[in-house]
Write a protein that binds this ligand. Sequence first.
Ligand code: SF4
Length: 348
Amino acid sequence: VGDGQSLETTEERIDYLIKKWPNLAPLLERVKNRSAALSVPNQSPMERFLKRHLSVTQLCEQSWCEIKMAYGFVKPKVRMLEMQKTEVTTGASIHLARELEVKPDVVTVAAVTREDREALKLISMLQMVPALEAGQLVREFPVFGVLEGMFFMGVVDKLYRSDSGELVLSELKTRSHNSLPRPPRTRGHSLQVGMYKLLFDSMVKGSVKRDHLLHNLQLDPNQVLGSDLQTHTRTLGLQAVTFRELLDHLLVVLTCSNLCAIDKLRLEYSHQSSGKLIGTREVAFEEAQLRTKIRGYLAYWRGERVPQGVEVEEAWKCRMCPYEETCDWRRDRSHRLMMVNKRAKLEC
Ligand code: SF4
């Protein structure tokens, strides 16, 4: 309430403050713009944040808190500092160390164009498919394709055959606590492996088309691969001069391989400081439920609804959030809760 007026929206509150303290107008206008960036104006978040496709990890972040994810775009410096936290960098180092265990011979290849950089991923996949067919364990396997009308990309941590011959997709998660996480903390992890399975399965079934990748990543199919890359492809016995030739080759290799759909999804939790395995969890795969969830998350990206923050049952997430002090959603939630409590007291 400002001078007896009821100020419902953030914009109304900011306008009130600007009138009251005009010298603070530039700062308050900035706050207003940030607030507008999180609501639904004429542009969808896909358009506003200049996105043509999404990563699987983006949806996992969204499943934690949509407002936090949206703040990450509006306040990139805060997000960058969060990504530099020891837990995140240690997790990345453990992933790299495990990848090097199965790929000891690292070859340096110069990538000149965007097509070259994407070609390196395709070449890595072309090397991993036969290894997987032969029953070997592979790590950092890229996956891509269209889910519910949106192009997604991701990288599967580990694929291998179990003793009984099942194809297992496993994702490594590192934790600072030496214990398995409780279910609310693993929701995003289950979403991640479920989406990886959908993408991997559609790749080996031949549902991924050349144009999906070219169009969504804006790649030139006729781009000639860099000379370093062409030399590398020749040493691997591949005949590809342009990006399209390499991509077509990969799509044929995937669909003609003896690989079938993923049989099992697994989460592996490892202790950050000791590097020891804490435990594993199997993840149930319910395709219809998973697709409904994905559509729900995509509704935000398509501008069909406003982002949602965490509700009071999961308020513990806010205590570890870098936007805790400035979050409008959290403040409004506390206000709503206070009003509910007041009303309950009056009714008593
Ligand atoms: Fe989400 Fe809470 Fe952070 Fe706000 S403070 S962005 S509601 S986690």
